[in-house]
Design a binder for this molecule. Sequence first.
Ligand code: MEV
Length: 331
Amino acid sequence: MRVVRSSARASAPGKLVLFGEHFVVYNNTAVLAAINRRVNVTVHVNNTDNINITSDLGLIGSFKDSRFNLLSGPQETRAILAPLCECARLVLSERGCNRGLDIDLVSNLPESVGLGSSAACCVAITAAVDALFHKPDRYWISEKAVESERLIHKDSSGADCHISTFGGLMYFVKNEGFKKIYSKKQLSLGLINTGRKHSTGKLVSSVKKFKETNVSLFKVLTLFSEIISQKAFVAISEGDEKTLGNLMNQNHVLLQEIGVSDKKIDELINICLTKGAWGAKLTGAGGGGSIIVSFPPNNYELKVFLDSLGKSELGGQSIPVKVDFSGVLVA
Ligand code: MEV
């Protein structure tokens, strides 16, 4: 295919796993929401063979075949940018085209804290590069973005790329696909970024070890996770946030059991519950990362607590979020 334009832009939202993280890797249900924080990508065709990537995290590098030239950033810059370069190369190769590109990434999505920044980068890069050739198709974008995300975390269920591509609220099963969930009500969700970064790949591997050494227990936990996700689907559809909160608490116990929560996360969750939250749980891979809280919209005590987080010794930061219904956007 030939490029029909010399530049393109795309943006893709981050996500919250509302229910079923980790169990979704083993083909069980996850329930997800896209959030109104995005990764923005601009792609320009250049007249070299190089793929140059600039990120607003201060990382700049240039790839030529297998060689890498570090222009700005720490030692790990190559490891961070290489999968993003491969993501662009995958689209170029699928379109039978070998051009150099300048790729710029600007994000208002905190990275490595369970909010789907890697997936959003893969989705936005896939969409922007494909838009150089034609109007991209969302199913194709999500499929290719998952392939690229697996270079970052090899056992990815693909859930994050799907929600980032399609937006909204979603019921997802790895080998079966997804269906959208339509809620009667706008969900009032709080989000706490603990500020502690994690590696999703390492946490998924630790859960794999847990599964292999606790075969029967993992089967039981999986069964509970599935029941919780099914009930959550109904509760979201009906806008029953109290039940949703309760299910979050139940889901968090499962995540504690498989070893991905920690004292700090549990402490923050307990404070939210004592201040009247309907429920709370870690979201995403865990091991730090982020916490979601479901609470009555008129609970000012909890709102004040969330707002105070950045200034208290508990650490963490409250991030106001809403569900994003747009998914990937191409310009
Ligand atoms: C990460 O956002 C969610 C996990 O279930 C991993 C995955 O689904 O690939 C922990």
